[in-house]
Design a protein around this ligand. Structure first.
Ligand SMILES: NC(=O)c1ccc[n+]([C@@H]2O[C@H](COP(=O)([O-])OP(=O)(O)OC[C@H]3O[C@@H](n4cnc5c(N)ncnc54)[C@H](O)[C@@H]3O)[C@@H](O)[C@H]2O)c1
Length: 400
């Protein structure tokens, strides 16, 4: 297939770097986003994005081939990278964005078109949801037009590096679809590309994040047991990991982001009977912010109207992504109980600070919720000075 023009539906964390890499590979790329602010910032290069993406978007050869707009248009390939959150009440995937994106390209589909779903979706979504929508074009999916699922594995903070070097799995609703999609990704992926069917590809992405979730839950449960016993959990895990076939992960303040707290539910929704461990792990990890909030309360229980300063608001170190952030949940929980909590994060627009000393001024507790590298290095150099600025020199960090 000779694809010249590619439309990327949804130019957020996943869609924008993909669109940029496709344009860098020589395709004419249109990034489509329903959010006019996103479209405007991409077209003006005024992005709150990773430095590598910003510098690629300054390359003149690339900007000639890439633009953003609010509505889809004619193209040879459509790639859907819109959000797939969880329906919080039903704990099943909310496919409304994917469905809307698929429906909006239907008028532009023509014989030979390829549609690729990059959004993480529950198994069977391509077959049971996307094919019926694309069929509204009057074209036969698998014969006239082609459909593949190519889940994304990027790590926020290292997006361009990972989009190039990670291995990828591409699942087609038939082999022709998978091979056509592989031809597109082959232009910039240096890792291996494995071809399979759509349902397997949908499930693989979910297995990956569920594997992480279950193992994090185990580490969090071990941390609770260690606390009961008065054992140092980090020492216990380090020593257990000296076993040649053991690799316990680190406990934390909870899981966040767009993937780990969401994807395990997508497996549960298609097979609730066989997913007891997955369900329990999710519930353990969801309960961790409450446990951390309890530790913070305990640290200030002897102080009347304590002034708490929280450092870190993102869902993990090294990113500006605050989606489903356990740090935010902890902060909101404490504020909801009447505590005065001021929150800062060097990576969150509007919450940056000049120095930890300055924000910790007159605080009774400094709690580090996210160990961004810049927070770690500043604390290493000036912990005593920070304590000297505080009204009560108490600092809590978790699992170090
Ligand atoms: N962020 C990650 O690290 C990551 C990693 C792997 C997979 N994923 C998956 O990739 C998908 C996208 O996630 P993201 O992090 O890029 O989300 P995002 O919110 O950063 O970006 C999605 C964009 O899609 C736009 N959008 C919504 N509906 C649209 C529509 N109908 N047409 C066009 N644009 C529309 C939104 O305005 C938004 O800008 C999700 O399924 C997610 O689970 C994300």
């Amino acid at each position: 297939m000779s694809a010249d023009k590619i439309v990327v539906m949804g130019i957020g964390y996943v869609g924008l770097p993909l669109a940029v890499m496709l344009a860098a590979s020589g395709y004419e790329v249109v990034g489509v986003d329903v959010d006019s602010k996103v479209v405007e910032s991409v077209n003006n290069g005024a992005l709150d994005s990773e430095p590598e993406i910003i510098s690629l978007l300054k390359r003149e050869d690339l900007t000639r081939r890439f633009s953003a707009r609010e509505k889809p248009c004619e193209a040879d390939v459509y790639i859907i990278s819109v959000p797939t959150p969880i329906d919080e009440r039903k704990r099943i995937g909310d496919l409304s964005y994917v469905n809307a994106a698929a429906r909006s390209i239907v008028p532009f589909l023509h014989k030979g078109c390829l549609v690729i779903v990059e959004s993480t979706v529950p198994p069977l979504t391509c077959r049971e949801t996307i094919i019926p929508i694309l069929s509204e074009s009057g074209l036969t999916v698998g014969e006239d037009i082609y459909l593949a699922h190519c889940p994304e594995r990027i790590l926020p903070g290292k997006v361009i590096q990972e989009i190039i070097s990670n291995d990828r799995v591409i699942g087609g609703i038939n082999r022709q679809s998978a091979l056509m999609a592989r031809d597109i990704y082959n232009n910039f992926v240096k890792g291996q590309i494995f071809v399979t069917d759509d349902i397997t590809a949908e499930l693989i992405k979910l297995i990956e994040n569920t594997y992480r979730d279950v193992n994090i839950a185990l580490a969090n449960e071990i941390a609770a047991v260690c606390s009961t016993l008065g054992v140092n959990v980090m020492e216990a895990i380090y020593l257990a990991n000296q076993h040649p076939r053991v690799n316990v992960l680190s406990p934390g303040i909870g899981t966040g982001g767009h993937c780990i707290p969401v994807d395990p539910w997508f497996i549960k929704e298609v097979d609730p009977v066989n997913t007891k461990l997955i369900h329990t792990a999710r519930e353990i990890n969801e309960s961790i912010p409450e446990r951390i909030a309890a530790e913070i309360r305990k640290a200030v229980r002897d102080i009347r109207d304590p002034h708490i300063v929280a450092l870190g608001m993102t869902y993990k170190p090294g990113t500006n992504d605050t989606r489903n952030s356990p740090a935010l949940r902890i902060i909101e929980m404490l504020r909801g109980e009447g505590y005065t909590v001021q929150a800062f994060d060097p990576r969150v627009a509007g919450r940056e600070f000049d120095s930890i000393c300055q924000v910790a001024q007159n605080a009774d507790l400094l709690v580090v919720l996210v160990e961004h590298p810049e927070i770690v290095s500043e604390l290493e150099g000036s912990l005593e000075a920070v304590k000297n600025c505080m009204r009560t020199p108490r600092v809590i960090r978790f699992y170090r």
